[in-house]
Design a protein around this ligand. Structure first.
Ligand SMILES: [Zn+2]
Length: 299
């Protein structure tokens, strides 16, 4: 006679399977909660800059084809499944023609159908033509006369895309007094969520850079919630700091100016503590392709 601990195998299997199913459901619920928690605490964006899209797909510069490059970038970005895309200026080839923006829109369509694509303006953009093609761009537009400034709010972070377009197809850029005053008021009144700024122009003191960069630094240094400034313009990939604020030069999608620089985009995972930035270099110097740089925010 079987002992009292004996259980028919079917019954044992049932208990085991039920326990596994229960554990599985529990695990799935846990993982979903973790997933939600990660989504609450982070923001995942594809960062592009200087796409320089011409109306003519055959347009070439230094052996690069900007139209082809963006075409190539779009499925890479789609595969990374970010929640949005930020383009840090110079979307158009050189003079911000309406036909350039039509091409930008067409190339970005597979992404724009799935996620917001936020486009900032650079010195090769034309604000009026941009709005002819992108009449209702995503992001919360700020009321600053003559400037296109966007704010993107996430549960644990905030992104501000500034407008340094001063004049089209000349090199220098300027935020200008009204935008700086707006930014000062905005940061003063904003809750302490980490805030990340985007601007097209480089942050040096050259004549072709952001002409009011020192006034921008004076404004953001004491605002401890400002953790990083991303910029483009130089078609370089570089990292530096000012008073603990990370300054990140996003590489160009269109072409580089020197063979040492990558051509590509950055897959960025932001949290309230810092960011992981993964370079996707498909052209130029590809040495850093796939490498991730981790940043920690100042307190
Ligand atoms: Zn550029």
């Amino acid at each position: 006679m079987p002992g009292i601990l004996y259980q028919p195998s079917s019954r044992r299997r049932f208990v085991f399977t039920a326990a596994k199913a229960f554990a599985g459901a529990f695990l799935i619920r846990e993982l979903n909660l973790i997933g939600e928690e990660v989504a609450q605490k982070s923001a995942h964006f594809a960062l592009l800059s200087d796409t320089h899209i011409p109306a003519d797909p055959k347009n070439e510069y230094r052996g690069f084809f900007p139209w082809e490059n963006l075409k190539k970038t779009v499925p890479q970005v789609a595969d990374a499944r970010p929640e949005g895309v930020i383009i840090d200026g110079d979307a158009a080839r050189l003079t911000g023609e309406t036909a350039d923006y039509e091409a930008v829109k067409q190339l970005l369509a597979p992404l724009a159908e799935r996620m917001p694509v936020f486009i900032g303006l650079g010195n090769h953009d034309d604000r009026e033509n941009f709005f002819k093609v992108f009449a209702n761009p995503p992001g919360t537009r700020q009321k600053i006369s003559g400037k296109h400034v966007l704010v993107i709010e996430r549960p644990s972070l905030r992104f501000v895309i500034l407008d340094s377009l001063l004049y089209t197809n000349k090199v220098a850029g300027l935020l200008g007094k009204s935008q700086r005053e707006w930014l000062g008021r905005f940061l003063e009144n904003a809750d302490p969520r980490p805030t990340i700024l985007f601007v097209h122009h480089t942050l040096g003191d050259g004549d072709g850079e952001l002409l009011d960069v020192q006034r921008l630094f004076e404004l953001v240094r004491p605002q401890r919630k400002v953790k990083a400034i991303f910029y483009g313009h130089s078609h370089k990939y570089a990292f530096s700091q000012d008073d603990g604020i990370h300054l990140i030069n996003i590489p160009a999608v269109g072409y580089n100016f020197s063979d040492e620089e990558p051509v590509g985009w950055v897959d960025a995972l932001f949290t309230s503590e810092g960011a992981d930035l993964k370079l996707n270099a498909f052209g130029g110097n590809r040495e850093g392709d796939g490498k991730t740089k981790s940043l920690s925010w100042r307190s």
